[in-house]
Ligand binder design. Structure first.
Ligand code: URA
Length: 416
């Protein structure tokens, strides 16, 4: 095989053979196929697509590029959840301890922010002392004792995806159903979870903007999971508006802790409970109601143990940004629209995300919005609070938010 003939085959719309796929994924991981060759192939795949056989083979090749984990020694069943990425999506933080409090083991291998979408590890690193890095032995021991782990995937897990993902991020080749499905599922299958619940996001703040594409992505991932013996279900959830009332690292930890304490925004509470029910059902634990474990503090107990087990102080004050700026409502009426992408971009510009690979993020930076879509607002009331340690970034964040919301007059409410 050679890279140019594989690229030309996909460029011309041919189906790649098993041999071509196995060879190119392996050669790329070893460095024998260059980044520029793989970016050309990724673009050909984005434009031409791959059929289900090609996607299954590609996923298997990415799994085979590294090690597989094994949780079969645990007495509790393992179940994981994956969101395809969104704005204000902090659900993993309350969800993992909640599902563990109900008796399942949750091995949540997570990532960092990508572009304007937030990353679970960046959020938890806002907690003083908390470490994202665990050895496989530490991960297993914590799953056994606490029941929930949120940590970084080790370097040995699907290394082909680590390289390819970083390349796609800078070559305009993220939004391919074939490449997203194989990227996510290679990591989840290699991780060795017995069941998986996928939260496939759809809307302005998601990689999939249309319902049809989100559905196809969901079905592709469910099929890949089932073929590998992972019980997999997918939910399609809205990402036109951001989740909760905050986006940013420490801000989202604070909101998650509020949910674990029995409060927090209703949409975050609801999605956490819906996903917890799906995760428990996927491992046959249908007699337990996660709403009870949230209400009576059991989920909060697991959260504290989970944070402490990874060196964090669950009682410590969270870092706050040095500067804030309030944006007031320009008129009275109803908040008719709040655009997830605009909020995500503003959050990122304020310093909560990275402009360059590997850059540190600001723990305190982010955006708070003071009304949900559908709430009444009065002219002059605070609509957003921007948080940052670098006030020179505020104008860029204000510009990103500028067309991100609509206040409709009360009388028009019925037509919304
Ligand atoms: N998350 C991933 O892990 N991979 C993708 O391709 C997209 C979202």
């Amino acid at each position: 095989h050679d890279a140019v003939s594989v690229i030309r085959a996909k460029r011309d719309g041919l189906q790649l053979t098993d041999g071509q796929i196995d060879w190119i994924v392996d050669a790329y991981t070893r460095g024998a196929v260059t980044d520029e060759q793989m970016s050309a192939l990724a673009m050909a795949i984005l434009l031409r697509g791959m059929n289900r056989d090609e996607i299954a083979r590609w996923t298997a090749a990415m799994i085979g590029s590294g090690e597989r984990m094994d949780f079969s020694s645990l007495t509790r069943p393992t179940v994981d959840k994956h969101s395809t990425g969104g704005v204000g999506d902090k659900i993993t933080l309350p969800l993992a301890p909640l599902v563990a409090a109900c008796g399942a083991a949750v091995p949540q291998l997570s990532g960092r922010g990508l572009g304007y979408t937030g990353g679970t590890l960046d959020k938890l690193e806002a907690i003083p002392g908390w470490s994202a890095t665990l050895t496989s032995e530490q991960l297993l021991a914590q799953l056994d004792s606490v029941g929930a782990v949120i940590c970084a995937a080790g370097a040995g897990l699907a290394p082909a995806d680590k390289k390819l993902y970083a390349l796609r991020d800078v070559t305009g080749t993220v939004e391919s159903i074939a490449l997203i499905a194989s990227s996510i599922m290679s990591k989840k299958i290699a991780e060795g979870t017995s069941a998986l619940v996928l939260d496939v996001k759809c809307g302005s703040g998601a990689f999939m903007k249309s319902d049809e594409d989100a559905r196809e992505l969901a079905q592709t991932m469910v099929d890949l999971g089932k073929d590998s013996g992972v019980r997999t279900v997918a939910l399609l959830t809205d990402m036109d508006s951001p989740l909760g009332l905050t986006a940013g690292n420490a801000l989202e930890v604070r909101e998650s802790v509020a949910v674990l304490a029995g409060g927090g925004p209703a949409d975050v509470v609801e999605l956490t409970i819906v996903l917890a029910r799906e995760m428990l059902a996927a491992v046959g634990m249908t007699d337990i109601d996660p709403a009870d474990a949230l209400a009576d503090g059991r989920a909060m107990d697991v959260w504290r143990k989970m944070i402490a087990a990874q060196g964090g102080d669950p009682a410590a004050d969270l870092p706050a940004a040095t500067e804030t700026e309030v944006i007031a409502a320009e008129s009275s009426g109803v908040l008719a629209r709040l655009d997830a992408m605009s909020v995500g971009l503003a959050t990122w510009r304020l310093g909560a995300g990275r402009q360059r690979q590997g850059e540190p993020v600001q723990a305190g930076a982010g955006v708070e919005w003071h009304a949900h879509v559908g709430d009444s607002v009065r002219k002059g009331q605070p609509l957003f609070t921007l948080h940052t340690d670098t006030p020179e970034r505020i104008p860029a964040a204000v510009a990103a938010l500028k067309d991100g919301w609509t206040i409709a007059q009360e009388g028009k409410r019925a037509s919304l």
